[in-house]
Structure formats: structure tokens, C-alpha cells
Write a protein that binds this ligand. Structure first.
Ligand code: UDP
Ligand code: MG
Length: 314
């Protein structure tokens, strides 16, 4: 039977969590009474995750697994799940169950009400250090500001996507992928449900500081072409300040007899250097401006996405 709901989970060295994952998720999905599939994407695990997934797939044909050739990261694993799922909607959830599968019901209700994206928004985040909470909130704020998109705060990848959104995201031709930003860019009807995020009970976080920084870089850089305009902006400020300095110096020189003070010749060096530097920054800025348009074209995103059409026939 064709699944209506696809549950997608990325798996990286999660041998400790996987048995609990299936034990908890399968009964919840069965209670909902809708045909479902669970797609586990094994992101190059080095532990027994693959063995456990093979066992689960043998026991239950609704459980499906994809094994990556090596570790490609959580974002690649989620994308692979979305590309391989056949449900009318998909729910993304981490394998450690820090996000509660009990929330599926509420998410699906919102979807049935007509929402295309349902964000799981964390009220509290148990067991996470102040550093992790601070850096992830800094990351989201920076991402929203730099991308100019409305990215929900306190939410991770725990979300439900309608088929329209899945198809839109999968059809984006760009290579650098960051789901949260792509979904914010794609639009559609979006809503949120709140929950308390649990502590990881088994295994440990796979996001080391190095991985967190790499993910933050991969999230911010490709989605913030506005940053390319920084050099031009600094150049314009420098130009204004150096012209103001020149004007002040000229007035002071003209009034030297009145004020009884002559500017030393070396003083003119400062606005001259500032003027020369700002001209260089502005010319860099012009190149960057062209680069930012080129960058958008290289991404080759569609100019618009149609949510639905009325009176166009079938
Ligand atoms: N994960 C992955 N590839 C990676 C790192 C993590 O597939 O390179 C998976 C991991 O198995 C888990 C999810 O991504 O299902 C979230 O990872 P984790 O719980 O370590 O992140 P945290 O909750 O600490 O941010
Ligand atoms: Mg986790």
C-alpha cells in the first residue's frame, strides 16, 4: 500500500538509539491508522547501525534503509530521505528521539488543516549546555539576518513537509543544501507546534564543535550573498569620511591666519590614504555586486514556485 506518511531519520553511529527508535515510532504510527514508511538513512556509520537497520528491514517491510558510502552529514541524509520517500507528507526526526514522536499526531492534524510545513518548535531544551544553546541561537539569528528570510527560532530539522514542499526542495538544482533556509525560501503555508526537547538518553551528540562550525559555515555562506556588499558599503563610508576630512582641512587652511594655526603637510596624508583605500574598496564592491548576481544565476533556482492553480483544468 502506498504510504501516506514517510518518517525520515538520519543515522550516524546510533546503534544505542535505533532499537528504542523503532520500538517507540512504529506503535505511534500504527495507532494513527495511516499507511506509513520509515526511511533510515545510514550516513556512513562505523558501529552496528547498519546491522540493526538490516534486521529491522527484514522484520518489517515498512522500514526502508539507505546506506551512504561514507559520512556525508545530516543535511545530505535528510535530502536523501526526501528524494526516496513516497508519502504525501514526510516528517523529519533525529534517531536519538530528543524530539518526541508523540508530536506526530499534532503535526499531521495541522497538515490535514491545510498547512504545508509544520515546524517543531522547542519550548525547552533539556540537557543542552549553555554554549550549545547560545551558539545555535546566534547561528539562527545570523542566518535569518544574512539570508533575509524568516527562519523560525528554537527549531531544528524536526518538521513535517507536504509533498508539494518535498518536490519543490528536491527540484532545487543548487548543490549547497541547508534545508531550513531552503524551506524558508520556498514559502508555502507554514505553522508550528511546540514541544519540550528531551535530553539524549543513549549515545552522545555527533555534532562536535568542528562539525557545528562546518555546519554553520555551510548554512550561512551560500545563503548570504548580501555579505558580498560589505566591502562596497565600507568603501562608501570611507569615501564620505575622507571627503569630510578634506573639506575640514581646506577650511582650516583657509582660516589659518584667523585661527593662528597651520595644518602640517603630513596631516593631509590621512584623508589621502583613506580616500585611496575607499576607492579600492568601492571598486571591489562593484565587482562583488556583479558576483552576487552571477551567484544567484549559478544557483539556478526557479524564479517562483506555484502553490496551486485555479480553473486551469486537470
Ligand atoms: N547525524 C548524521 N550525520 C552526521 C551527524 C549526525 O546523520 O554526520 C544524525 C544523528 O545520527 C542524529 C541526527 O543527525 O540522528 C542529529 O544528531 P545529534 O543528535 O548528534 O545532534 P544534536 O541533537 O546534538 O544537535
Ligand atoms: Mg540529538
Amino acid at each position: 500500500m502506498k504510504p501516506i506518511i514517510s518518517i525520515i531519520t538520519p543515522v550516524y553511529n546510533e546503534q544505542a538509539c535505533l532499537p528504542t527508535f523503532f520500538k517507540r515510532v512504529i506503535p505511534i504510527m500504527e495507532d494513527l491508522g495511516l499507511p506509513f514508511e520509515i526511511i533510515a538513512v545510514n550516513d556512513g556509520s562505523k558501529d552496528d547501525s547498519e546491522k540493526i537497520l538490516i534486521e529491522e528491514c527484514k522484520k518489517d517491510s515498512r522500514v526502508k534503509a539507505v546506506n551512504f558510502s561514507r559520512n556525508f552529514g545530516q543535511q545530505a541524509a535528510f535530502l536523501c530521505g526526501l528524494k526516496n520517500c513516497s508519502g504525501d507528507c514526510a516528517i523529519l526526526i533525529d534517531a536519538d528521539l530528543q524530539d518526541p514522536p508523540e508530536l506526530f499526531k499534532e503535526m499531521i492534524e495541522k497538515w490535514k488543516e491545510g498547512y504545508d510545513v509544520v515546524h517543531g518548535v522547542r519550548r525547552v531544551r533539556k540537557g543542552e549546555s549553555f554554549f550549545k544553546k547560545f551558539t545555535s541561537s546566534l547561528f539562527i539569528n545570523l542566518l535569518s539576518k544574512k539570508s533575509g528570510l524568516d527562519i523560525p527560532k528554537n527549531s531544528g530539522e524536526f518538521k513535517l513537509y507536504d509533498r508539494k514542499v518535498i518536490d519543490a526542495i528536491c527540484s532545487l538544482p543548487e548543490r549547497s543544501r541547508y534545508l531550513r533556509v531552503q524551506v524558508a525560501w520556498a514559502g508555502f503555508r507554514q505553522t508550528a507546534v511546540e514541544f519540550d526537547r528531551e535530553e539524549r538518553t543513549e549515545g552522545e551528540t555527533k555534532f562536535t564543535l568542528k562539525k557545528m562550525l562546518k555546519t554553520a559555515e555551510a548554512g550561512i555562506v551560500p545563503y548570504s550573498p548580501k555579505t558580498l556588499k560589505t566591502s562596497g558599503k565600507i568603501g562608501i563610508i570611507g569615501l564620505i569620511l575622507s571627503l569630510l576630512a578634506f573639506a575640514t582641512f581646506i577650511v582650516l587652511t583657509c582660516l589659518s591666519n584667523v585661527i593662528g594655526f597651520t595644518l602640517p603637510l603630513t596631516a593631509w596624508l590621512f584623508p589621502t590614504i583613506a580616500l585611496a583605500t575607499s576607492i579600492i574598496l568601492i571598486s571591489n564592491g562593484i565587482t562583488d555586486l556583479y558576483l552576487s548576481y552571477l551567484y544567484e544565476d549559478v544557483k539556478a533556482r526557479p524564479v517562483y514556485i506555484e502553490r496551486d492553480k485555479i480553473n486551469f483544468g486537470e
